[in-house]
Write a protein that binds this ligand. Structure first.
Ligand SMILES: [Zn+2]
Length: 396
């Protein structure tokens, strides 16, 4: 027998118009001069204009920081920390996708603890802070998160994924106080998301739920969240993709994406273990990589997960409620969303397969939480299959 640590996240406001609660929450949280962190791609878009208008109307002074790469780096965070101190800010608001949110979380940590990004890197955390209760209290600045994509779930996470540019690797930084104090899920903020990004981010959320559901860690509450999260994506993703103005579908996907971060307290698996190094090396979109990789990893895990996947397939009321039926549903969804079948189609080749295998094995997502134990050679082979579009054991 062992004792498990379970912790549910933070306050959330969800629904069209939830943005209107932002300034009230700023006041309640004592946020007098927030730094607003967003992606450069957001600068000319409606969500930022809406948010700035709310802050201005409420006479809350703020400054904007958007000097970020699409996979934010430690250097981006360092510039953000400089902006935070230069503007004498006391808190942060983040508007955007996973890049903006992860950068904002990194800035929160590094603004208070100059060595924080190294001290709380995953491998250090495992050695020094085995449970959330072991982390030192840092009194990090308050953070409010407003996602504009429905995919990463970063708004409900205690981690930031940051690239270490000179090594081309992604580092996972964890601290419980990086969890936003308030999360605002307003589907109006996601309605401008183009179809291709709606598809890629939605498939990221789906991958989070499936990998969490298949993780062997014992966390029945998260397993339940994952099952319903997959059903919400089944119900809403194609609608959000085909009609970006469909607020019911947009809200359904925002909820499913946030729920995924609750589900993946059980951990992630081989898809993310591969997508992290591939994203760092080839600068491809995280959700797109996951969407392409998902069927290949499901097949590699097949022997371990087929009973659980059949249970999930029954909940989804798929016509063929077994592993093959579920795999067929994933492949069909992927195709209808216009997602390529192979990594070759987005410009990758298999030359670096050995490096990819080693990096995937070392990734946080492969440690204890992939459904079965995979070796570096296994990961290299899954990567080669994904490059060439080969699904072992599946009839064409
Ligand atoms: Zn992900």
């Amino acid at each position: 027998m062992s004792v498990h640590y379970w912790n549910y996240p933070t306050e959330m406001f969800c629904g069209p118009g939830a943005l209107d609660l932002l300034t009230e929450r700023c006041h309640l949280l004592g946020m007098r001069n927030p730094l607003l962190v967003t992606d450069p791609g957001m600068l000319a878009l409606e969500p930022l204009a809406l948010l700035k208008a709310r802050l201005t109307d409420a006479q809350i002074p703020f400054a904007l920081f958007s000097d970020l790469a699409s996979n934010p780096s430690m250097d981006d965070v360092a510039r953000g920390v400089a902006a935070y101190h230069a503007g004498k800010h006391d808190s942060l608001i983040t508007l955007g996708g996973g890049s903006a949110m992860d950068a904002a979380k990194g800035i929160c940590l590094a603004a208070v603890d100059a060595q924080g990004l190294e001290r709380f890197e995953w491998s250090q955390v495992l050695a020094n802070y085995p449970s959330l209760a072991d982390f030192p209290h840092l009194n990090l600045p308050r953070l409010i998160a407003l996602p504009t994509t429905a995919g990463t779930g970063s708004e409900l996470g205690r981690e930031a994924v940051l690239t270490q540019s000179e090594l081309n690797i992604k580092r996972v930084i964890s601290h419980p106080e990086m969890l936003p104090a308030t999360v605002i899920l307003d589907p109006v903020l996601t309605r401008g998301l183009p179809p291709a990004l709606t598809a890629a981010t939605g498939m990221d959320a789906l991958t989070h739920h499936i990998e969490a559901f298949c993780s062997p860690l014992y966390h029945p509450m998260s397993s339940g969240v994952a099952v319903e999260g997959v059903r919400l994506i089944q119900q809403h993703l194609l609608n959000a993709f085909s009609d970006g103005q469909d607020m019911v579908a947009r809200e359904g996907m925002l909820v499913a994406s946030a729920m995924a971060a609750v589900a993946f307290q059980k951990g992630l698996g081989g898809v993310h273990a591969l997508a992290h190094p591939l994203g760092a090396r080839y600068h491809k979109h995280h959700g797109l990589l996951n969407a392409i990789l998902l069927p290949y990893v499901l097949i590699a895990n097949r022997a371990t997960i087929s009973t659980d996947i059949a249970r999930l397939a029954r909940y989804l009321e798929l016509p063929q409620a077994d592993f093959d039926g579920f795999l067929g549903w994933v492949l069909d969804l992927r195709q209808r969303l216009g997602i390529p079948h192979s990594l070759e189609e987005i410009g990758l080749d298999a030359d670096a397969a050995d490096w990819v295998g080693e990096q995937a094995l070392a990734d946080i997502s492969s440690s204890d939480t992939n459904a079965c134990v995979l070796s570096a050679a296994d990961y290299s082979q899954i990567f080669r299959n994904a490059v060439h579009g080969v699904l072992p054991g599946v009839k064409a």
